[in-house]
Design a protein around this ligand. Sequence first.
Ligand code: RFL
Ligand code: PHB
Length: 393
Amino acid sequence: MAKFETQVGIVGAGPAGLMLSHLLHLHGIASVVLEAKQRAYCEERIRAGVLEHTSVETLRNAGVADRLMREGLRHEGIELGLHGRLHRIPFVELTGKAVTVYGQQEVVKDLISRRLSDSGDLRFDCGEVSLHDLEEICPSIHVEKEGNVDIISCDFIAGCDGFHGVSRSSIPAQALTVYDRTYPFAWLGILAEAPPSREELIYMRHERGFALYSMRSPRVTRLYLQCKHDEDLAEWSDDHIWNELHTRLGCSDGWHPTGGKILQKNVTGMRSFVVEPLQFGRLFLAGDSAHIVPPTGAKGMNLAFADVHYLAEALHERYRNNNGAKLDAYSATCLSRIWKAQRFSWWMTSLLHLFEDASPFDCKRQVAELEYVMRSRAAATSLAENYVGLPLD
Ligand code: RFL
Ligand code: PHB
């Protein structure tokens, strides 16, 4: 058994945990990051791709955006599609802000490399984590591996271990309120070796189901198809996927996505989920451990960055001035922003997907709403303002 001490114990080395550890380091606060998976797994996991203006600013202000600024693709708008016709939502014209396409795994690589060059304590492949004495002054994290137990005593614990982590489930059920909504469909996503043939993302409503055209780099495209919630990937050959993408994304002007070798396929479920509050004793939840959004609004990773921005500020205030007011307000501060992102993600999802139980009235209303967003500057501005990211107050 080995004993360690740190100021903040962080569970999980995803975007939330790594960024929190870096922000705390900038404030002179020590942390230990405990990650169940190996470093290579964390660095290769393909997930989000769109960074809000607000997240880019957070990363820039923290001095970890050099490669992002060099290699990230600045997108000044998106296209919405209906009946094979596209309509652009010009973010910069409507809000003065843009978003950046840069893979989540690239952000993770940048943060890991920076933490290690700053001699950060990151423990990959750490073993089984359990949380103890969360309501005491000195909570601890136990990490068990091959019969050995390490005990890390902390002032505070940050639960940044995603939706399936141990942190949220270490809180007694009666101390949390859960808000949950599942959707009767999923996304089949592919990563393809094909140079993007369109400059911006396309969100397409189609009678056969929603489709999204996205990208990762000048050589790689990322595409998604709405599919059944229990879709069997084995039923989707590469040809079948490309045919369906051509059908749904093909435009009346003759454009359709360029095909290429499929590098990866996966099915992602859709869920809206929030727990309240984000604090139990000295444990603070951040990122996907506390909330999940359906990916249509591209908000998940961005919300994780917003949470840890607030948490780092609150811990800084607590250590520097012995003032716990911001920590006490952490949950409420985050939840106010989380619910706005929940609303936006739900709205984008409802606007663009095919709902099997939709009545003819629902379908007409959905088309009318999309046409309204395409034609009204006020409606388009509302979409743009949420997509580029609400300011951190
Ligand atoms: P993560 O990234 O899940 O990291 C949690 C980490 O904790 C580790 N862990 C544990 N470690 C120790 N002990 C345990 N018991 C542990 N249990 C888990 C895990 O191994 C992992 O390393 O959570 P975090 O940091 O909160 O980050 C959240 C984001 O990853 C997530 O919200 C986004 O990926 C969501 N998302 C998108 N977000 C965006 O902002 N823009 C997008 O364009 C976007 N697109 C997406 C997405 C998510 C998708 N999928 C696959 C769910 C597209 C997709 C398809
Ligand atoms: C992605 O590129 O993976 C992506 C883009 C936009 C979304 C969701 C995912 O809304």
